[in-house]
Write a protein that binds this ligand. Sequence first.
Ligand code: IMP
Ligand code: MG
Length: 338
Amino acid sequence: MLSIVIDGFFGDTGKGKVISYLAIKDNLDIAVRGGVGPNAGHTVVYKGKTYKLRQIPSAFLNENTRLLIGAGVLVNPSIFLKEVELTSTKGRAFMDFQTGIIEEKHIEEDRSSEYLRGKIGTTGTGCGPAMKDRVLRVLKLAKDYPELSEFLVDVAYEVNEAIDHDKNVLLEGTQGTFLSLYHGTYPYVTSKDVTAASICADVGVGPKKVDEIILVLKSYVTRVGGGPLEGEYSEEEAERLGVLEIATVTGRKRRAAPFNFNYAKRAIMLNSPTQIAITKLDVLFKDDFGKTQYNKLTKEARDFIEKIENELSLPVTIISTGPDAIQTIDRRKELGLI
Ligand code: IMP
Ligand code: MG
């Protein structure tokens, strides 16, 4: 069984939270991180503890889950090693031999470029310059670093073997559909495509192997950095509505806008999801904080979910009602999907 979790907006929809829930609930055998690299920050909250992860898959909460990073992803070795330590995942966290490595010079280039840092508003983590070097075929790979040797495996082989032996595998997308280099709001995008097809390519699995694609949409839209954002609230308005967030990686204020069906429909076209996860429902409907049963939601919240299902013609299977992994409504059984 192979599932992919993809972000349908501009990143920061709460993929980390959804994945951490699935890791526990579905007892994942393997979780693999795709996407760009340490420019993405995933927040996982469990039993009162908060983890902010930029390299290790968000599924780490389940101690039985093997944690891999695909060959298409970039790794900053010092961030990776710190997170292995923080999450106590040595012995089950690995990356592909051909994972690209970010060096100090890439970070410097990202941060000193007026165009990248100033205009595009990059995260300054060196991802764009490292991708440039990868395209030029001068980037160093994980296998060039002796200090990483104990963390290296053939990720594509492992993942395909696991799928062929009916194991439960999940691919973690990062960033968001409209930050895609090809399909996003160019030039205000990240340095790679990040749609479902690319996450497969990052890891090395063919599209025919995918069973479920879960598109994560937040109850409102946010974006950090430059670029268009339909219906953007003023900062005061966002604050008043309780949707003003602070970015995980950069500490910047996130720009915010209402839930957007145009974006959602295009994200569906680009990613072919089979189901939808809605996050931060409790931010729009305060009375629904922490609820774990659909029929306990307020009428307003259920109307919102039904409208999404009707407009998008897909089932809303996972609903997040708070930051903790367990603050989740899972409708997959009731909808006949598991
Ligand atoms: P870069 O990926 O650091 O080059 O940044 C390019 C653009 O993508 C900037 O607008 C960043 O804020 C945005 N970006 C990159 N990764 C993420 C993410 O994981 N969440 C949200 N925005 C991101
Ligand atoms: Mg994030």
